[in-house]
Design a protein. Structure first.
Length: 282
């Protein structure tokens, strides 16, 4: 189900006290992300933050599935783990658990566990719980340390109105991995990342409608909160939704997207309610 970092929908978070009309009621997962400290001081820094909380700005969906990517595509590689033993797997009904307190043959130290509970009743659901650290001191290591802590809940709807619902409350540290894989800004943001919140997409009038309430901490850049009530993805305009989003850190940013009307990869921008130049994709 989770095969690529860039196209998977995921979403984060603790329980919600908002008035948003969720199809799947958010659980109380706590909050690793503080959502404070990020400064929206230019159209460029605003767009960069928006990429992490809003659909279509850089990826089809915000990249809050990073823990799944690190688990399935990095830690589960044959050059990091010993299949079947480090970590070892146990099954208990609908729950699969991987546990480890070992050193793999390739020189990676594993400590902790990961569990996945899968159900397929009204909707397909995955509940992931992470408490895992993997590190290495070998000279040709892929990363220094990967630390995953928290919970992710994904629900996929087969029929309207639910398209996808996701909650994440995760703390993710991966020093020594992202460098060289992406641009420097992503390396800085993702070395110590926290995401807490809820993303849900619903199908209304054959369009994908998003409601989002989340907090995101981007390493040393600081954190911010993101909130939407009316945000649509139109099939004739990839790369730009339609509607409004509000971001708040040390100051506030309001983005208004015009969707298919302009479809120019830009948003009208207000910083602390003063009109600023449009913010656009690079």
């Amino acid at each position: 189900m989770h095969t690529t970092l860039l196209i998977m929908l995921a979403a984060c978070g603790g329980g919600s006290n908002s008035d948003l009309d969720w199809l799947i009621e958010p659980m109380d997962l706590g909050s690793y992300a503080k959502g404070t400290g990020y400064t929206f001081d230019s159209p460029q820094t605003t767009w960069f933050a928006g990429e992490h909380g809003l659909p279509e700005l850089r990826w089809t969906a915000p990249p809050s599935n990073i823990p799944i990517y690190l688990w399935e595509d990095v830690l589960s590689g044959e050059n990091v783990r010993d299949a079947g033993s480090c970590p070892y797997m146990t099954l208990d009904g609908e729950t699969t658990t991987w546990s480890a307190n070992c050193r793999s043959q390739e020189g990676y130290d594993w400590n902790g566990s990961v569990s996945l509970t899968e159900t397929n009743e009204e909707h397909r659901s995955e509940l992931w719980v992470f408490d895992l650290e993997v590190s290495s001191d070998r000279e040709e290591r892929i990363f220094d340390t990967v630390r995953l802590e928290g919970t992710l809940h994904y629900v996929t709807g087969d029929n309207a109105p639910l398209s996808r619902h996701a909650q994440v409350n995760m703390s993710i540290q991966a020093p020594g991995y992202w460098a060289g894989a992406f641009d420097d800004a992503l390396d800085e943001a993702w070395t110590d990342l926290a995401m807490s919140g809820t993303w849900e997409s619903q199908i209304k009038n054959k369009l994908e409608f998003w409601q989002i309430e989340a907090a995101i901490d981007l390493g040393t850049m600081g954190g911010f909160e993101v909130h939407t009530e009316q945000l649509w993805v139109e099939p004739d305009c990839a790369g730009e939704p339609r509607g409004e989003a509000r971001l708040s850190g040390t100051n506030e940013a309001r983005l208004v997207f015009e969707g298919v009307d302009t479809c120019n990869g830009c948003a009208q921008l207000w910083l602390d309610e003063e009109r600023a130049p449009n913010t656009c994709q690079d």
